[in-house]
Ligand binder design. Structure first.
Ligand code: PHE
Ligand code: ZN
Length: 881
């Protein structure tokens, strides 16, 4: 196997830069084929830096056109320029000098979507993490903070709009139909937050008055004709701005805040100072084109990027190892925002489902890394569920441990102390230690140690002594390059649930620190004795998912059935039910594999029906109750020698069992949930639609005919119900007239709406049939599919690899081959997206032998190719290691 010799970056090698760049003036002569960039850098030798240190500036695919030092052309012998580095050896004696660097870049042939590129005729930039070096030579690292002045000139017709960070300063006409604009951002910022946008776009405007009375002009820029679809995003933006003032005391700081939606974007969105650039998927929404999930994502991502203004921009990362400093914290903040705006319980369940689906397999496989990694070869590969989602869980635990008040005091101190700085996780934690007087040394392991801790638990009640004795033990499994783990501080929220469902009081608890309903597990083993417990309780633990651990408690089915009906914490009710479903699906998969019929307990099925019909519960919660663990969820719990076909068969059998048992209840419920009110994206209405869609699947399965789904598809006045019905038709009736007709009608209706066509691709990518691989291959030939657009690739190939377990893991290896072919085809044009797609293979070792062999062969074949990108080579090598 070919080994990649790329440089490895290590946290312990961090050194402050010998030079600083306090100011930069950029001038762009924009032209799609060839843009000239003139950068004037004010350079300063850092204190204590040796006088003769050469200045090494980062570049990537750059062509140097000119270099001037203090206004004079630099002699050729004084520097050396390659596409990825500019080294200047002879520098002026003074501590401060000016460098003028002229580079030539090629926006329209830039397929990586990093640096300056063109998306649907619009110039835009993406600089995080290391894209600025594709624009000019620079100290492209986040601890170099500069004040930016940006001048752009472009053809006035092609690009009437010229935007950059900060506030607009000046604009005007030039000769030859060109014009210019100047923007100035007074806040020193790292290069990864630089942005410009130039093009012809429509706009929605509004304004926001901050708590201290500052008037901010808001603009959301979208393709002409799509302005109405930006209304919800604007509403979400204003709510985010208000919320950050109220919950965190954070006000906005510029005169304008702009958001631009582009159709070619590698990620979700980007928090560039004052000029957020978004994947249009996370801006555009209306009833006709967006599902309730889309609306919720838009709200969350608009908030997320806005919240970065303080957690990320005003206070940024010292180096990229600290990525979670801004991402984990900002995800936590957007989670809290959505929880406040919607249903907290439902939001929490969704977060935990996502964490388990994306972060747990990462943490349990070859790509596992700490929330704050210590080494990387390609930073792009560390925008992961661990850094983001587990990073958010760690901040949540911090709040659980400190309590709301001390947590807020710590945040306040962090903002006060570090505003304008580039800092580390240690700085972050220190603010909480100083504000609360607590020692967070052991807690900090959550940042440093990879792996999902296991917590094993058992309890026994002594009726005579009125004591409940709980034994808890923690262990952290080994992960790549970390074989020995230290003991963690695990905060477990709990309750003693009494016979009537009430939380029982106790007189004292000994054996561990127990405060405010939280057990602080800090040693390997704790035996906790609760005294003065007057009735036998059921022990409810990790309420609200207070710690991101795998819980292994003694399997008392009766206790779980009880908690699912009675726990005062809605998360724990859902968890109890989910555990029961998962366990029964594991047992059923085993039965199927052994050639037996799967069987399901009546009381579990009845529990599902009762909860679904319980009108005292929120509809969104009831929809979650009826949503069985996914095939991937079950596979993850089985953990080794996985046979996805058996899981699929078992799950289908449980769906049908519930469908038959609930036929009448579900029919009535479904009809009763219909309302004639005009569409509204609010959480309550969305919950009702979610429950209706969930019920519809059972109805169709119970009846064995597509009629109900076909009716909903035809009658729907919104995308949630239309796509929901189509999904069911595609899953179960794709080879019937109804299925084909619905798919064709949908394609016809949305042929020219790419974001909706993505749903059409996605829905078909999930069909678990024999012909799945060839269907996906044929959809890749569809005139509207393109490898150049990351949304199309994710919708079709990403969905196939993540949500079509039987086809991706097809026993003949053809599913793996399809993904591998796509990864290789993509790598030459967009390494970031190719590498991310390749992570679909991360759990290959847990499959059964035949599948494992197919995956290994393909991975080895890919890894042996010439000219792989650093991104892809890194993922493949770690996956195979
Ligand atoms: N920083 C962005 C966010 O999480 C994500 C991103 C990373 C976007 C890299 C583009 C490139 O908000
Ligand atoms: Zn972010």
């Amino acid at each position: 196997m070919r080994t990649e010799s790329g440089q490895i970056f290590r946290l312990e090698d961090y050194k402050p830069s010998a030079y600083l760049i306090p100011g930069i003036a950029l001038d762009f002569a924009l032209d799609a084929d060839e843009t000239l960039v003139t950068a004037r850098l004010r350079v300063e030798r850092a204190e204590n830096a040796p006088d003769n240190a050469p200045l090494e500036l980062d570049g990537d695919a750059l062509t140097l056109e000119a270099l001037r030092i203090n206004g004079a052309d630099a002699p050729v012998s004084s520097y050396e320029a390659t596409p990825d580095k500019l080294t200047i050896r002879k520098l002026p004696e003074e501590r401060e000098f000016e460098l003028t660097i002229v580079t030539r870049v090629l926006p329209s042939s830039n397929t990586t979507l990093m640096g300056l590129y063109v998306s649907s005729g619009v110039f835009c930039t993406q600089c995080e993490a290391e894209g600025f070096r594709r624009i000019t030579y620079f100290l492209d690292r986040p601890d170099i903070l500069s004040v930016y002045t940006v001048r752009m000139e472009a053809d006035r017709k092609a690009a009437p709009l010229l935007l950059s960070n900060g506030n607009p300063v000046e604009s005007g006409a030039l000769e030859n139909g060109r014009h210019f604009a100047v923007w100035h951002d007074p806040f020193p910022k790292p290069s990864y937050l630089f942005a410009l946008v130039a093009g012809d776009l429509g706009v929605v405007t509004d304004s926001f008055t901050t708590a201290s009375g500052r008037e901010v002009s808001l603009g959301i820029y979208v393709e002409h004709g799509k302005e109405e679809r930006a209304a919800y995003a604007m509403d979400a933006l204003k709510r985010s701005m208000r919320w950050d003032e109220e919950r965190f005391g954070r006000e906005y700081d510029l005169d304008v805040f702009n958001i631009v939606a582009v159709s070619d974007f590698n990620m979700g969105a980007m928090e560039n100072k004052g000029l957020n650039v978004f994947n249009d998927k996370y801006v555009l929404a209306d009833a006709e084109t967006a599902t309730d999930v889309d609306f919720a994502n838009i709200e969350a991502i608009i908030a997320h990027e806005y919240f970065h203004n303080w957690t990320g921009n005003r206070i940024t990362c010292r180096d990229w190892f600290q990525l979670c400093l801004k991402e984990g914290l900002t995800v936590f903040r957007d989670h809290e925002f959505s929880a406040d705006e919607r249903s907290r319980a439902v939001k929490r369940i969704g977060e935990v489902r996502a964490l388990r689906a994306h972060q747990f397999p990462e943490d349990q496989g070859p790509l596992a890394h700490p929330v704050r990694p210590r080494r990387y070869r390609e930073i792009n590969n560390f925008y992961t569920a661990t850094v983001y989602e587990k990073g958010s869980e760690v901040v949540r635990m911090l709040r659980t441990i400190l309590g709301e008040e001390a947590f807020r005091a710590g945040m306040d101190l962090y903002f006060e102390r570090h505003d304008g700085q580039a800092v580390t996780i240690e700085d972050f934690l220190k603010a909480f230690e100083d504000a609360s007087g607590r020692d967070l040394t052991q807690f900090a392991l959550w940042y440093h140690q990879a792996g999902t801790p296991n917590v094993a638990l058992s309890s026994r009640y002594d009726a005579e002594a009125k004591t409940l004795t709980v034994e808890i033990e923690q262990s952290v499994p080994p992960t790549p390059s970390e074989s020995r783990k230290r003991l963690m501080h695990i905060p477990l929220a709990f309750g003693l649930v009494g016979p009537e469902g009430e939380d029982l009081a106790y007189e004292s608890a000994e054996g561990a620190v127990v405060e405010n309903g939280v057990i602080h597990l800090r040693k390997r083993r704790h035996t906790i004795v609760f005294k003065g417990v007057n009735a036998r309780p059921v022990f409810s633990v990790n309420r609200g998912f207070s710690a991101p651990v795998t819980l292994c408690s003694e399997g008392r089915t009766a206790d779980r059935l009880f908690l699912a009906r009675h726990d005062s914490d809605p998360f724990s009710r859902w968890q109890a039910l989910t555990t029961l479903f998962t366990d029964t699906l594991i047992a059923a998969s085993k039965a199927v594999r052994g050639g037996k019929e799967p069987a399901f307990a009546d009381d579990l099925v009845q529990l599902g029906l009762d909860l679904a019909a319980d009108a005292t519960l929120e509809e969104a919660f009831r929809a979650l109750v009826l949503t069985l663990p996914s095939e991937a969820d079950v596979a993850r719990e089985i953990g080794h020698d996985i046979d996805p076909d058996a899981i699929h068969t078992a799950r289908r059998a449980l769906l049908e069992t519930i469908a038959r048992a609930g036929r009448e209840t579900f029919g009535d419920l479904y009809e009763g949930l219909h309302d004639n009110a005009p569409f509204s994206p609010d959480a309550r209405s969305a919950g009702r639609r979610a429950l209706r869609n969930t019920l519809l699947e059972y109805l169709v399965l119970g009846e064995g005919t597509p009629q109900a789904a076909r009716r909903q598809f035809d009658d729907a006045d919104n995308m949630t119900e239309r796509a929901g019905a189509l999904t069911i038709l595609a899953q179960y009736f794709h080879d019937t007239e109804d299925g084909r007709a619905a798919l064709a009608a949908f394609e016809e209706r949305y042929r020219d709406t790419p974001l909706v066509l993505d749903k059409w691709l996605q829905i078909q990518a999930m069909i678990p049939s024999e012909g799945a691989v060839s269907l996906v291959r044929s959809l890749m030939e569809h005139p509207h599919f393109s490898l150049a657009n990351p949304n199309r690739v994710r919708a079709l190939i990403g969905t196939f690899s993540m949500a079509n377990q039987t086809a991706f893991h097809s026993a003949d290896g053809e599913g793996y081959r399809l993904v591998a072919d796509t990864v290789l085809a993509l790598d030459g044009q967009n390494p970031q997206v190719a590498a991310r797609l390749a992570t679909a293979f991360r759990s290959w070792r847990s499959l059964d032998k035949g599948r494992r062999e197919h995956a290994r062969a393909l991975l080895a074949d890919m890894a042996g190719r010439e000219n792989l990108s650093r991104d892809l080579a890194d993922i493949l090598e770690r996956t195979l290691a």
